[in-house]
Every structure is written in C-alpha cells, then in structure tokens.
Design a protein around this ligand. Structure first.
Ligand SMILES: [Ca+2]
Ligand SMILES: [Ca+2]
Length: 342
C-alpha cells in the first residue's frame, strides 16, 4: 500500500484513515504499540466487503481485541496523564516483564536467523517477575541455542525511545544455560545527529557459562527489562540465599565481596554482616561496610582519597522498578576519616 491508498478492501472515501505517518510527525509518548487502546480501529473498519478485514494483527490473539470500546487501556491512561502533565515518573523510560503476549511492543527482526520465543515458566526455567508466586503464570523471552547452525542470530529490538536526560541505565535479569560460546550482545541504536536513529553502539557482550560443553544444550533467558534515566550502579554484588543468611548466620559472621573498581580507578570491597549485635537486646541488624583496598592503579591515584562519595544500595528485587523499596545510604570521605600510619 502506498502512503495515501487504502488496502484493496478499504473504502476510497476513507483513504485518510489509512495514511502512514513518519515517527517524526507523531509521538507514542514512550509507550509501546497498544492493541488494547480504546482509540484502535477494529479489524473491519472502513471495509468495502464486511466479511473481509482491513486490519489484521501481527500477533494473532490481538485480532479479537483491537477495536475494543469497553474502557481505556492502561497505556491510554499513561498517555493521557502525560499529555495533560499529570504525575509521571521522572526517571523511568521503559520497562517490560514479558507477562503480556505483545512483549511491550518489542519487535522481532525479520532479516536474522531466528526469533526469540515468548515462553511460559516451567519446572526447569522460571520467569523472574512472578517467581512461582502465581501458579501457571510467568513469562520470559527465550532463545534456544541447542538447535540450528552455529552463529545463528535472533535480534529483539525496542521501539524508538525519547530520553529526557543525559544518562540512562539499562538493567535486566538474564540466565544463560548453554555453552560458553553463546553470546548475548546488547546494542544501542542512536540518533546519528540528523534525527535518524541508526548509529549502532555495542554496549556489552555477555557469554554463556564457562566450563559448559562445546555444543550448546540450553539457551538464553531474559526477563524484567528496565530502562531508567539514572546512573547505573558502579558494581553489583549478588549475594545468594540472603534470606537464609539473615536467619541462620552466626552472630558477626562476615562475607566479603569481590574487588570492585570505582570509575576513577580506586579498588574497594564491601563486607556484609548478616547479623550484627548493636546493643544487648537486639541482634537483628544487617551491617554493610565499605573499605578501600589495594588495586592496579594505586600508583597513579590521588591519596588520601578525600571528598569521594560512595552510595550503597540494598536492592529490592521486585520486578516492577516502581514498586522497589530499596535502601540507599551515601557518605563522603573526609580528612577526619584518614588514619595516619606511624
Ligand atoms: Ca516475566
Ligand atoms: Ca528474528
């Protein structure tokens, strides 16, 4: 169909309703394509022959949903709130928990070798959003690397997002169960300066588990993607079985993090003490300590490291970034903290 012609079954006098618009002429207000919108036309809108549709959906199950006039969709409400300057999140750009078949408007690339599969939790692979809390529910995206030729690729692409700030942080949960040769590559496609989004920047390459067999027997799972307009944490320390540690660890038992480096190059460790004795009656506190340690760049750094800020966040892992109740504490290193050697 050209820009101004209706489909074969569309009424000529309604051609206006079939016009295509450039993304620069419209705005999606940072919301995904919305099959459930109260504004969406139905399959037989403006048709000459009422038994043939003018609109069919790429995801079949939405054929019966488009054109609904029952109520606003959740994205309709989000867009209305934005258009009329009602409350909106200042820092959340996008998030997806893959619980709906529309996979938040992410698009499967057609010119690659395969597609990601929208998969339901099973006994081996669990969804992250619901983590078994809801029986029979929980979806994630899966790329099977155990079949097909070596080097096959499946690309999942977001719609164009419109950031409002200078910094963005992309976070998601993933699991790679295949061979060490499996790769999950994160790309960002950016404005090339002329308003066209096409400049590709490789952000990171994640690899399958080391020590696995040469031929892959598993795949790649992703879930709970969030894109916020904040600084990403400098380092993430994942402590397994934290609930169990909080209940059963010996008093004043400590756990040491790997060595991390700050953006400036200072090396540091975190120490976690799951049960700390604060006073005689109580031993229910968890302590987290931060200390600098020797590192590869020490010779080139300024010492003592005064007026540097450290922020420690205990991350609530709720899949919905808006509902997380994380705890955050910051402190700045001062002259008075320096312990002078003799
Ligand atoms: Ca999920
Ligand atoms: Ca594909």
């Amino acid at each position: 169909m050209s820009n101004n012609e209706p489909p074969a079954n569309g009424r000529i006098d309604q051609a206006l309703n079939f016009q295509k618009y450039k993304s620069s002429d419209t705005t999606d207000l940072n919301t995904p394509y919305d099959y459930e919108s109260i504004m969406h036309y139905s399959p037989f809108s403006f048709s000459k022959n009422k038994s043939l549709p003018t609109i069919t959906t790429n995801i079949l199950k939405f054929d019966g949903i488009i054109g609904q006039r029952q109520d606003f969709s959740s994205s309709d409400i989000k867009r209305l709130n934005q258009m009329y300057n009602c409350t909106r999140s200042l820092t959340l750009l996008d998030q997806c928990n893959f619980e709906s078949a529309d996979i938040c408007g992410l698009v499967q690339e057609r010119r690659d070798d395969a597609d990601w599969v929208h998969k339901k939790s099973n006994s081996e692979d669990h969804d992250h959003s619901l983590r078994g809390k809801c029986e029979g529910g929980g979806y994630f995206m899966f790329f099977n690397t155990s079949v097909g030729k070596a080097g096959k690729t499946a690309i999942l692409k977001s719609r164009i997002l419109h950031p409002r700030r200078m910094q963005q942080c992309l976070q998601f949960f993933f699991k790679m169960t295949g061979s060490p040769k499996d790769k999950l590559v994160i790309w960002a496609q950016k404005d090339d300066g002329s308003g066209t989004v096409r400049t590709l920047v490789k952000l990171q390459t994640l690899r399958g588990k080391s020590g696995g067999s040469k031929t892959s027997s598993g795949g790649i799972l992703i879930d709970d993607i969030t894109l916020t307009e904040t600084l990403c944490p400098n380092a993430v320390w994942h402590v397994d079985n934290i609930s169990q540690l909080l209940d059963t660890a010996a008093l004043n038992y400590t756990l040491k993090s790997p060595r991390f480096y700050s953006p400036e190059g200072y090396a540091y460790h975190l120490i976690l003490s799951p049960r700390v004795l604060v006073d005689e009656e109580s031993e229910k506190y968890m302590g987290i300590f931060f200390h600098l340690t020797s590192g590869e760049h020490d010779g080139a750094l300024e010492w003592p490291a005064i007026n540097r800020q450290a922020t420690i966040t205990v991350l609530d892992q709720d899949a919905d970034v808006m509902k997380r109740m994380s705890i955050e504490k910051s402190f700045t290193t001062l002259e008075t903290h320096v312990v002078k050697g003799t």
